[in-house]
Write a new protein. Sequence first.
Length: 462
Amino acid sequence: MENIKAYVQKNKERFINELIELLKIPSISADSAYSQDVLNTADAVKEALEKAGCNTVEICETPGYPIVYGEKIINPKLPTVLVYGHYDVQPADPINLWTSPPFEPVIKVTDKHPDGAIFARGACDDKGQMYMHVKALEYMTTNNELPCNVKFMIEGEEEIGSSSLAWFVERNQEKLANDVILISDTGMISNTQPSITTGLRGLSYVEVEVTGPNRDLHSGLYGGAVANPINILTKMIASLHDENNHITIPGFYDKVQELSIEERAEMAKAPFSLENYKNAFAIEDVYGEKGYTTNERNSIRPTLDVNGIWGGYTGEGAKTVIASKAYAKISMRLVPNQDWKEITELFKNHFENIAPKSVKVKVTPHHGGQGYVTPIDNIGYQAANKAYTETFGIPAIPQRSGGSIPIVALFEKELKSKTILMGFGLDSDAIHSPNEHFGIFNYLKGIETIPLFYKYFTELHS
Ligand code: BES
Ligand code: MN
Ligand code: MN
């Protein structure tokens, strides 16, 4: 594959422009106002897969947004790689913090990306990373370099919990049969130090509602005598962590897999600067569970965070009022062996238990999913590592991530195969935040590296 580099160089303007076109469509799955855009994006992905050389591409209907499925089977005796990605994106708000409109992609230079980065919602998560696979396929088919079979499954509901994909996978085991699943929807350490994500956290997402009096009340006439649901909710939330920042829900840690001293020492070898980390967020100190390092806190330890909280008067000026209701959205990131449904139950029981009689509490579970760990002694990991070693000049470091792709655990359960997470984003790429971007270097390097994964996986498989 000597000419992959040359092929990327020759076609890079077109590769960038094609991605820019895809990024212009606001495929926000969470907001029904964009449903036509989500559907249009599925069509665009279908067309791109056809052009890249798939034999068949279908738009598979589901109870929700469709799944784009494509394949190129060259020989049933050869191994099959199943590529997964998502064409939906997060909402763009707060819009006013973007330096350029989220769906009008532009290339700008940053500290981390001297060669420029494409700024747009979805640039890194996940349209840009998904599209690397489409262009890698184009390279392999046009140059007769595809060494095995390939299937693509690109969904439109990852950012809202992948429930239609779960439905689809359960019904299509045979169609989706594969030897390895390949995903680029995570990150790597830096542009000079590649890494392979070997773990993802699970997730339990809940919404809580606290009701005090049956209507909003004058805070002078009733304040101090009737429970204020906002006061109560914040007190309840504060009690969910103790002074060591341990989570206080009974049973929460029962199944948490503790890492050995050796594993923790191995993890600590990954390059990391606490100074740079603090500077990136303009914080004087980090914060978290006692007894664990920053990198452990955000990968091998479970967490509980309020994602949003509201209630009462938030308009201009002052209004003296005791609101009838207060709300919060809470996410818990889970680690291997914690079961997300069990944790959701534990949360619900505990939250109901700690509420004083003067309020009513309602806990509504949203989505969730199990965590995932990949062993590094399988041929998928080894093939990925060989591919990175070749294109970056140094081996990749295994790294557990704090993020979640809940469907990966379901893939293992239903399709019985391991997932290899070849992410090319950087933590600083601002996914889910204003000014999301994806480095041109990362995009092109991904396109170069992926065909080598196919080559080494096929070699190691035989
Ligand atoms: N691609 C991310 C997950 C991710 C990013 C994992 C970086 C590791 C490193 C994915 O699109 C995502 O945002 N997942 C959600 C979960 C989902 C159920 C909404 C998350 O992690 O919050
Ligand atoms: Mn993603
Ligand atoms: Mn995401």
